[in-house]
Design a protein around this ligand. Structure first.
Ligand code: HEC
Length: 174
């Protein structure tokens, strides 16, 4: 037979375990929310929770780069060199598709707009326009920006490279 003291302890332990579980689920949910809402961008901080010790810590990561700010000092001539990485699949100076759709007037062009190009379903359904922020986020990491895209490109990790590249694309349509 359990005495009252032991029974109380067991019930207490179960309650504590449930609380930890709920807290964990709530945290997992909020981490998921952060990533979902910042479409294609990285969150400002990441929350870590150790469910055993109940320690919760938030660590600040590098803030989202302001691509518009970087563009102010970007160099189209350097961007032309960066564009060499895109050339295998894209033309930006004539409306001819390759492995990828042509990129004539791509800045602020509607996503998935080239009529004679067969886009993947995710890209065909994405919507929106390629403003500098979205373009930068896409090129940073195409597969994480748009899971299922058929653009097989690892991504341009250097912020300044993306800024130069976008400045180059912009210079073609000024
Ligand atoms: C290996 C080939 C390949 C390379 C390299 C490549 N792309 Fe792409 N790109 C594609 C394909 C294929 C698509 C269509 C994606 C889809 O339908 O999911 C695409 C789509 C795009 C789009 C969307 C166009 C639209 O009409 O909505 C942009 C913008 C783009 N690429 C820019 C770039 C830039 C800038 C680079 C270089 C940094 C680059 N790509 C490198 C193959 C490539």
């Amino acid at each position: 037979m359990l005495d009252t003291m032991t029974a109380t302890k067991i019930v207490g332990a179960i309650c504590a375990a449930l609380l930890v579980l709920l807290l964990g689920q709530w945290l997992a949910h909020s981490i998921y929310q952060v990533n979902k809402s910042e479409h294609g961008k990285e969150p400002h901080s990441i929350i870590f929770a150790d469910l055993e010790t109940n320690v919760v810590a938030a660590i600040d990561v590098a803030p989202v780069v302001d691509i518009a700010e970087l563009l102010a000092t970007a160099d189209p001539a350097k961007g032309k060199k960066v564009f060499a990485k895109c050339k295998a699949c894209h033309k930006a100076n004539e409306e001819v598709n390759g492995v990828g759709p042509h990129l004539v007037a791509i800045i602020n062009r509607a996503v998935g707009e080239v009529a004679d190009f067969r886009y993947s379903n995710p890209m065909a359904e994405l919507g929106g326009v390629w403003n500098v922020e979205e373009l930068s986020a896409f090129i940073l990491n195409p597969k994480s920006y748009l899971p299922g895209t058929k653009m097989s490109f690892a991504g341009l990790k250097k912020d300044t490279d993306r800024a130069h590249l976008i400045a180059y694309l912009q210079s073609l349509q000024d």
